[in-house]
Design a binder for this molecule. Sequence first.
Ligand code: UT7
Length: 330
Amino acid sequence: MDFKSVGIKGLGYYVPEKVMTNFDFEKLIDTSDEWIRTRTGIEERRFAAPDQATSDLCVEASKKALENANMTIDDIDLILIATCTPDYPVQAAACLVQKKLGAKQTPCFDLNAACSGFIYGLTVAGGMIRGGVYKNILVVGAETLSRIIDMEDRNTCVLFGDGAAAAVVSEVEEGYGFLGVYLGAEGEDDDILKIPAGGTKKPNTVETIENRENFVHMKGKDVFKFAVHALPRATNKAMKIAGVTSDELKMVFPHQANIRIIEAAAKRIHAPIEKFYVNLQRFGNTSSASVGIALGEALEKGKLKKGDLIALTGFGAGLTYGSIVMKWVY
Ligand code: UT7
């Protein structure tokens, strides 16, 4: 059976204007620029303005993606937002994006695979296009993590930032686009990275708020251990499916959580660290947006050209992970 070739026809990203530096955190909590930089690589991150929520970040990124794809919102058959920080617990952020972009009747849904969300979203969109369900799908990875981090918890608050990345996924020239896709999850590790309260298991009460259970709780070392095996596992599997070796990859776009995780993954993928696009120093960990923002920035800087083989690779809460190897389309 012949499969359609599916890939990214246009990509755009958006980060809010407000810059929070490590020095800003020094004024708020017991931390230091030196600790944050040496343990993570992060120097600054962006925080959304008070009147911005996730759907607003999505809209900005989506406009750029549509422009780069030479399309309008009327060409889009489905809006898929990968996020773990929607504007509201009930009502998909995708529906708000539909309204703000003026896309009447376009189907919409959100997908939550945490930091692996962009890769999961692209995979779902790719499958739908291959199956002939839709032609053009807008996939956005977007987060306003500044609203769910505990600004009194130095173990977590210095790591995250806000942002969005959008991709128009469509049928592409034969042989281009997604060549190998691999997704995975380890649901048994369910106590490592989550917001303990505010869901249906433990609705928020005065007590949960007092205990700060309405914010992200993370066992950092456990996430680290998971990440250094999940990133290479996903990438190596996707490369194998694509029939591509790490030597052939022009660049790798990893989830931007920690430079030490990326360095460890690079060794296990047998690819030089120079092939890994890293911008976490300026944006921190933007969860489902991070891989797309990295890709968008590399494109802006002219680092990619048609036909380049690249890998997107990520991991996140769940725990989830995934990778897509693709031949760049434009
Ligand atoms: O998208 C997925 C999201 N999460 C991740 O990717 C996180 C993965 N994990 C990591 O990146 C690292 O584990 C961290 C950066 C979170 C932590 O680095 P670490 O080298 O594992 O440090 P640690 O947790 O072992 O903490 C070492 C020390 C502790 O002090 P004591 O107990 O040794 O006295 C912490 O309390 O560093 C302390 N510490 C800090 N000190 C200054 C923790 N956070 C900070 C901080 N500033 N912000």
